[in-house]
Ligand binder design. Structure first.
Ligand code: PMP
Length: 388
């Protein structure tokens, strides 16, 4: 069955699994127990992984703080800053992931001033709204590198320049960008960046906050205990996860593996065929720069949940997996100007390393068939309501 939900998670690469296996077995040590061989061997593995993770984002190994994923890393930035400073001021893009928006919302109930920056209809940050009046006096500006639902890429360089001109720190959630587009946090001079292992063919439950030495001084730890990760994140390190994460970064850095030309071709082919076969569809964010693997489409007159239920041949999503339990429409799509109905008629197809041309054909056929059925049913229901 074609799996077309790579933005939710990716399958763990075989080479990653192999790199992790010894850590469950002979290399089982605790890297904090560096007073014996077994502990030292584990510490060595973590050191190597730290270097692999730092390289993919152009930062130094000392800048890497291992976490349980991007959610924790994002929370560390805002919660950690709020411990340091009373009444901080955060500027946050409207289309950020919930793991950024929710901690900010929580903190706004406890004294933080949180300003939401709107996006344009193409999904990119409205730079006119990011004006001097708004930026002045802000502490952290948070804009993700690429959106998980639409794949829309923000102009990170320009955003960082504008923030730094006013001494505002920049947080960039690069979870969906790493391994898909070139992203060098060092060159971009980003202060805090976050990403997750399981989006780049690594294991789940591992990620990182990458912060410059200066930025690290601005936040406090939110987990206290044994003082691991330079006192920034206590708790015994998830060595298997960290080793797998490092290997996944090393693989993603390989030019051949990070060449997403084929994925872009498949994505474009999917969109072309959907437009040909399904009337009245819109591609969300199509006028912006997008990740090469992501397609978010609104199919008028057919609810996304109904399309998915009637297309059992494929695995796709209605948007962000993290909010699939919530019944509200996608906050990303509504921020781009779609109404609730349109947002609820939108599906996300995300392609990955294993996707083939046949998968695309199966997906287009399955979606076209499901849409025809659902539109027929919805018209039938509307007709019977009119009769009443
Ligand atoms: N940020 C973005 C942009 C994401 O796509 C996700 C995962 N959906 C997260 C953060 C959360 O990552 P994790 O599942 O590793 O906590």
């Amino acid at each position: 069955m074609p799996y077309l939900d790579y933005n939710a998670t990716t399958p763990t690469d075989r080479r990653v699994i192999e790199s992790m296996l010894p850590v469950f077995d002979e290399k089982f040590g605790n890297p904090s127990s560096a007073n014996h061989e077994t502990g030292l061997a584990a510490l060595e593995l973590v050191r190597d992984a730290r270097s692999q993770v730092s390289k993919i984002v152009g930062m130094r190994p000392a800048d890497v703080i291992f976490t349980s994923g991007a959610t924790e890393a994002n929370n560390m930035v805002f919660n950690g800053y709020s411990i340091s400073k009373e009444s901080p001021r955060f500027l946050v893009a409207a289309t950020e992931h919930k793991s950024v928006l929710e901690p900010c919302l929580f903190l706004s109930r406890h004294g933080a001033d949180v300003q939401i920056i709107p996006v344009l209809p193409d999904g990119t940050l409205d730079l006119d709204k990011l004006n001097e009046k708004l930026i002045q006096g802000a502490d952290i500006l948070s804009v993700m590198a690429a959106n998980s639902e639409t794949g829309v890429i923000h102009p990170t360089k320009e955003i960082v320049q504008r923030a730094h001109a006013h001494n505002v720190l920049v947080h960039c959630d690069a979870t969906q960008a790493i391994g898909r587009i070139p992203f060098d946090a060092g060159e971009l001079e980003i202060d805090f960046m976050t990403f997750s292992s399981h989006k780049i063919y690594g294991p789940k439950g591992c990620g990182a906050l990458i912060a410059t030495r200066e930025a690290r001084k601005e936040i406090q730890a939110i987990l206290h205990g044994g003082g691991q990760e330079n006192n920034m994140r206590s708790g015994t390190l998830n060595v298997p996860g960290i080793v797998g994460f490092g290997k996944a970064c090393e693989i993603a850095m390989n030019k051949k593996e990070s060449d997403n030309t084929l994925q872009q071709e498949l994505r474009d082919c999917f969109e072309e065929k959907i437009i040909q076969n399904v009337p009245d569809v819109t591609i969300n964010g199509k006028d912006a720069k997008r990740l090469p693997n992501t397609s978010n489409i609104t199919i008028r007159g057919a609810l996304a949940d109904a399309i998915i239920a009637n297309a059992p041949e494929i695995e796709i999503s209605t948007g962000s997996a993290c909010s699939s339990a919530a019944i509200e429409p996608s906050h990303v799509l509504t921020a781009m100007g779609l109404n609730t109905g349109e947002a609820n008629e939108s599906i996300r197809v995300s392609i990955g390393r294993q996707t083939t041309r046949e998968d695309i054909d199966v997906a287009v056929n399955a979606i076209a068939k499901a849409v025809q059925y659902v539109r027929g049913k919805e018209a039938e229901i509307a007709g019977s309501m009119n009769q009443c």
